[in-house]
Design a binder for this molecule. Structure first.
Ligand code: PLP
Length: 417
């Protein structure tokens, strides 16, 4: 994505970031709506995070042994989510890879169910495309992944309850877990329909499989308690395992998985399921994450949500004025803008990967480049979330709003052909 293949052109090389702003190698400034693909909830170079990190570096960068910030960050995560125990790793990929291994070890089963369009990092078993029919096993989604790595993966359409029911009816006693993004953010943002995640949790429970909720993107970002705070906490259920990354690392390589104490007890060294990492729970990374989460108060989420609303409204108005059909799709403070005609969607909302794939990627590329030329850095792909931060003040938000009408007109010229 950072190569700009999806939008064309030459990627900007950045020299520095401060608050909502990025400066490229040529000295041009941009309002940043990528925020390192989500982690920077407080913006770039937050002074308190910087100071805490600098102090941590001065104390030594890695010990390969437990430290205080690691424990405090785990406490912060267990306080905001239903997970009872936490294991640190260094990337979201490792978190989902390890959660799946643990689910397989716990259940003694091998099959994993995922949804088309959900991304869980570059885990071989999850870089899978749907097979030839529903409830059939997947094929590798990329060269380099052997068929044997995906032959135990089932890929289903998101939101398709009947497909989930059918897959569990046919393979239920072989399914170790179902893994889903808590709210998809990697096919553009899609809000799970009310009760959908609960349905997944209940279906897993009915078949003795584990429900793994991937909150690497949504965790501490969609809302204070992540997407779970927007459905599970209100509806009274919890995933068996959850994965986290991005915001909880505060811009450093820290990620985690956690969940039910009886499941986590199977992890080595307490249990037999092997998992380890030289830099896991690194004191600099966990200090950055801990400081970020402690500063991520309700007010921060209110501010980010309000700033996101202003940008969404302005984008929608600009696209309407330019005559570009579109759908604004949000999950908490995260959102995407799909350039497609809502009349062509069954419900008017983007519900799955097939819907998302209707977005006009060429028109998005025109929108993206116009925004870039006007000093706004959007995600360089039509299928990514737009992020705001606590540092997006009136000046930064206004710069985005001001750039949108011309960008919408650029999109309209391409959209009209
Ligand atoms: N899971 C989700 C939902 C993600 O969005 C990502 C990355 O974008 C990952 C997992 C993988 O995380 P990482 O890039 O840290 O390996």
């Amino acid at each position: 994505m950072r190569a700009f293949n999806a939008v064309g052109g030459t990627p900007r090389f950045f020299r520095s970031g401060a608050g909502a702003w990025l400066t490229d190698a040529d000295g041009n400034e941009y309002v940043d709506l990528v925020l390192s693909w989500g982690p920077l909830l407080l913006g770039h170079a937050h002074p308190e995070v910087q100071a805490a990190v600098q102090a941590a570096v001065a104390r030594g960068t890695s010990f390969g042994a437990p430290t205080e910030p690691e424990v405090e960050l785990a406490e912060e995560i267990t306080a905001r989510t239903p997970v009872e125990r936490v294991r640190f790793v260094s990337s979201g990929t490792e978190a989902t890879m390890s959660a799946i291994r643990l689910a397989r070890g716990f259940t003694g089963r091998d099959v994993v169910v995922k949804f088309a369009g959900c991304y869980h990092g570059h885990v071989d078993a999850l870089l899978a495309s749907a097979g030839s029919g529903l409830a059939t096993f997947a094929v590798p989604g990329t060269p380099g992944v052997p068929a044997s790595s995906t032959e135990l993966t089932i890929v289903l359409p998101y939101h398709d309850r009947a497909a989930v029911t059918a897959a569990f009816a046919e393979h239920g006693d072989r399914i170790a877990c179902l893994v889903t993004e808590a709210a998809p953010g990697n096919m553009g943002v899609i809000e799970p329909e009310p009760g959908f995640n609960r349905f997944l949790a209940e279906t897993c429970a009915a078949h003795g499989a584990l429900f793994v909720s991937d909150e690497v993107m949504t965790g501490f970002r969609a809302a204070r308690q992540g997407q779970w705070g927007r459905d599970g906490a209100l509806e009274g259920w919890a995933p068996d395992l959850m994965t986290f990354g991005k915001v909880m690392g505060g811009g450093f390589p820290a990620a985690a998985f956690g969940g039910r104490a009886d499941v986590m007890a199977l992890l080595a060294p307490e249990g037999p399921v092997y998992q380890a990492g030289t830099l896991s729970g690194n004191p600099v990374a966990t200090t950055a994450g801990l400081t970020t989460l402690r500063l991520a108060t309700d007010e921060v989420y209110e501010h980010v949500g309000a700033a996101a609303q202003t940008v969404k409204d302005a984008a929608s108005q600009a696209l309407d004025a330019a005559g570009v059909p579109h759908v604004v799709s949000s999950a908490g403070t995260m959102f995407s803008i799909f350039l497609l005609d809502p009349a062509e969607l069954a419900t008017g909302a983007v519900r799955d990967f097939a819907d998302a794939s209707r977005t006009d990627a060429r028109a998005y590329a025109a929108l993206f480049h116009s925004m870039l030329d006007q000093g706004v850095y959007l995600p360089p792909s039509a299928y990514e979330a737009w992020f705001l931060s606590a540092a997006h003040d009136d000046r930064a938000v206004q710069a985005v709003v001001d750039a949108l009408p011309a960008a919408a007109r650029a999109a309209a010229r391409v959209h009209e052909g």
